[in-house]
Design a protein. Structure first.
Length: 114
């Protein structure tokens, strides 16, 4: 068996990872906290309840960041910004973690454990 297959991560992929992390942090903040998404949050919480799975999803930075990461990486893959599907799959958890970290850096809560 030949196990000499590896995934080549390009410099463009690394730059994209940083850009997606900060974009993901901003989109996560919009969904969770900003006034512009308040009608969405109010509708979900009114229809399903604040303690429902959908309600908790909108209040959890890790939860929102995962869905935002999946969407941004898939979007990037569809538009040819990511070099390959394996790189895209590897980027999803990286972007999700970096999104939460970037959000904490922006807000000054880097040491917070969540």
């Amino acid at each position: 068996m030949d196990y000499d297959h590896h995934v080549a991560i390009t410099t463009q992929d690394l730059y994209l990872l940083v850009i997606l992390a900060f974009a993901g942090a901003r989109i996560t903040r919009i969904v969770m906290l900003d006034t512009i998404a308040a009608p969405l949050r109010d509708w979900v919480w009114g229809r399903f309840g604040v303690t429902s799975r959908a309600g908790i999803l909108l209040a959890c930075p890790w939860c929102v960041s995962w869905w935002v990461s999946v969407a941004t990486v898939v979007f990037s893959l569809l538009f040819g910004l990511v070099s390959s599907v394996p790189v895209a799959l590897l980027m999803i958890p990286a972007v999700a973690g970096a999104t939460v970290w970037a959000g904490r850096c922006i807000e000054g809560n880097v040491d917070e454990d969540t």
